[in-house]
Design a protein. Structure first.
Length: 282
C-alpha cells in the first residue's frame, strides 16, 4: 500500500533499526510505543506521558507548541511525527529544514485511526503490530455499533473555561460523540475550538454538558457548580478517552460504549464521572 500522510506526502519504509524518531504528538507517541517502536524514539514532548515506563527515558524537547528546535537538532532524528491541530506550522517548517522525513497526521474521526496505524506501521516496519491494532479497533467499533443509542441528545462538550471553549462539528471529539448519537452543540464560528458565553438561550438548546478532564483540568467540583448554575445534567468525562487518537482510541471506543450504557440507564448525572477501572492503565 502507498504510505501517504495527511498532506499528501508519500513516505517510503525505513529499516526499523535506522529510524530515529521525534514525536510531537502525545497520543501518537503512545501509538508508536504500542507498535513496538519505543526504542526508536529519541525525542518527545513533556505531554507525551503514556506509556509511563516506556517514555521515561526518552528526552523531552518542549511542549507541543513550544518545541526546543536546537535540542531536537542535536538528537539527529531521521523522522519527525506531527499533527496539524496540535503543532505549530512555523516550528514544523523549521524542523523540516534538517529532519529528512516529516510525517504529518490529522485524524478527524475514529475510523481514521485504521489508516494511521497502517501508515506508521508501514513507515517504521511494524506492519504486523499495526494489523493487530486494526483488528482490536474493529472489534470495539462493532461492539459500540451493536448497542442501542437511545434518543439523540445535544451535548455541549467543554474543553476550557475563562474563556469557555468547545469543539466544532469537524473535530475528532465531535465525531466520537456522533458515534453515540450525540450532537455536539457549537456556536456559529469558523474556529475549530470556538469560544462561547453562557446564556439562557444556550442552555435551552442543550440536553447535557460534558466537562473534559483535558486540556483544562475540569473536576467534579466544577461539574457540581455548573449543574447548580444551569439546571441541566453535567458530567465529567475522561478527555484522553474522548480526544486521543492512536492506540488509546481502542480503549476510547470501549469507554464511550460503557458511558452510553450508564447514561441510558440513568446512572450518570451531576458530578458522576464514568471511569472504567480497566481503561487508561499503562
Amino acid at each position: 500500500m502507498r504510505l501517504v500522510d495527511a498532506i499528501g506526502t508519500e513516505h517510503v519504509p525505513v529499516v526499523q533499526e535506522e529510524a530515529r524518531i521525534v514525536c510531537l504528538v502525545p497520543s501518537i507517541t503512545e501509538l508508536l510505543c504500542d507498535l513496538g517502536l519505543a526504542a526508536r524514539l529519541v525525542g518527545r514532548t513533556g505531554f507525551c506521558i503514556h506509556p509511563a515506563e516506556a517514555v521515561a527515558s526518552i528526552p523531552k524537547v518542549g511542549g507541543t507548541k513550544d518545541v526546543n528546535i536546537e535540542k531536537i537538532r542535536r538528537l539527529a532524528p531521521t523522522h519527525l511525527v506531527v499533527n496539524i491541530d496540535e503543532n505549530n506550522k512555523p516550528d514544523v517548517d523549521a524542523l523540516a529544514a534538517f529532519i529528512p522525513h516529516v510525517v504529518v497526521t490529522h485524524p478527524l474521526g475514529p475510523r481514521d485511526n485504521l489508516a494511521l496505524y497502517r501508515l506508521l506501521g508501514g513507515v517504521f516496519g511494524a506492519e504486523e503490530q499495526a494489523e493487530i491494532l486494526c483488528e482490536a479497533f474493529e472489534r470495539e467499533y462493532a461492539a459500540l455499533e451493536a448497542i442501542s443509542k437511545g434518543a439523540p441528545g445535544t451535548m455541549l462538550y467543554c474543553i476550557w473555561k475563562d474563556p469557555w471553549m468547545t469543539v466544532s462539528h469537524d473535530t475528532y471529539i465531535a465525531n466520537m460523540m456522533a458515534l453515540a448519537g450525540w450532537r455536539a452543540w457549537t456556536p456559529t464560528s469558523d474556529a475549530r475550538y470556538p469560544r462561547f458565553e453562557w446564556s439562557d438561550r444556550l442552555v435551552s438548546e442543550i440536553d447535557r454538558v460534558l466537562l473534559s478532564t483535558e486540556p483544562y483540568r475540569f473536576t467534579e467540583e466544577h461539574a457540581d457548580a455548573l449543574e447548580r448554575q444551569i439546571g441541566k445534567p453535567v458530567d465529567l468525562v475522561d478527555g484522553e478517552m474522548m480526544s486521543w487518537y492512536g492506540s488509546r482510541a481502542i480503549r476510547g471506543l470501549r469507554y464511550l460504549r460503557e458511558m452510553m450504557v450508564l447514561m441510558e440507564a440513568g446512572k450518570m448525572g451531576g458530578s458522576i464521572a464514568y471511569r472504567d477501572p480497566h481503561l487508561g492503565q499503562d
